[in-house]
Design a protein around this ligand. Sequence first.
Ligand SMILES: [Zn+2]
Ligand SMILES: [Zn+2]
Length: 428
Amino acid sequence: MEKIILPKGTRDIGKPEIFIWYHVENVVRQEAAHYHYIELRTPLFEHTELFARGVGEQTDIVQKEMYTFLDKGGRSITLRPEGTAPVMRSYLEQNLHIHNPRMKYFYMGPMFRYERPQTGRMRQFHQFGFEAIGFQSPASDAEVILLADRIYQKIGLKNVRLEINSLGCKNCKPLYLEALKKYLRNEATQFCKNCSNRIETNPLRVLDCKNESCQNILHNENFPIIQDFLCEQCLTHQSQLIHILESTQIHPIINPYLVRGLDYYIKTTFEMKTEELGAQNAIGGGGRYDNLSDVLGVKGVPGVGFAAGMERIILLLQKQISSKEFFQKPFVYLSPLDQQGEAILLQLSIVLDEKSIPFYLDFSDKSLKYHFKNAQRMEAHFIIIAGENEYQTKTYTLKNLLTGEQKAVSQETLIGDLLEAYQNVKNT
Ligand SMILES: [Zn+2]
Ligand SMILES: [Zn+2]
């Protein structure tokens, strides 16, 4: 029979890359705890209607990229393509807008989009995100951006820049959309097919087109930029946000072409970008979605959030930092020479576990030569050898594989000696 292989657009994540994932996940959880954003684990699948309304019928995600199927009960089910709509669904379903309107959430896990796979873009991919629901103040936008910035810094990413824009509100955004459509219609014949289809239905998405000739038409002195259309309230919101960010040493760049092509995104929008991943230059982004609750059935719940693609962050980390830095902690290779040795070392494993010293116990071969070779291959830091002889004399061999230092230690001092040696390695 033929072997079974992975579905296209998925991958196994294991050694050594998995240690980088642990690092990123640990930082995200730690920062979420510091800022008191509490994790919400929503299901991996939802009613299709949630994303059709909550992401938007006109988006690429809903039109082309969703994993949608009928379950055995005939319901239309979709694997979640993003995290914000499920969080808002949960919030509204529990009537928190009435009982406890101010909530701060975080989430982390797999998302699914049927896209053409390429480096940093998978069909099953992973995101973490933060949502602050119930807050109007630009300081809430600033907190979400600051939190993202803190996370990138603690993860160890370098050369990440923050771009922001405002999409206006229900008063000023329509005026801009009219001016934008007017401009786009004039140039309609020159745009790519995707863009010319979007001019009437979703003109903001045209600004996102990666096509160079489309970008050339947009980067023109006659192009209407949204900053010129913002109302007093939106301008104030933006300038307060920038003021707060500057006070925390974050220096955003205003990019009038930065958009989210959904109706209910208003005011703040932002992206974190890098020059080091080619076309996949956004490693996180978000914005204010004060009208999202409206399409999910409850009017006027403000919210602002941020989401980051973990695959791209990990790719960037692999470029910037030697992956050795994320490797497993030093560990002890336990090498039994016979049955007696196996019993002794299994007992010892309990003590090591109590002391939080990682170890690896190998039962496959009894020869010393095999164990030394295997311990070196696995990059163990220490090896302890035990067998019948050691059991009789109550003396064991402890060797530091990095320095080559080897000594015979008595049963009484074994743990003390090992602990000391282990702490020394851990601290260097
Ligand atoms: Zn406005
Ligand atoms: Zn285009």
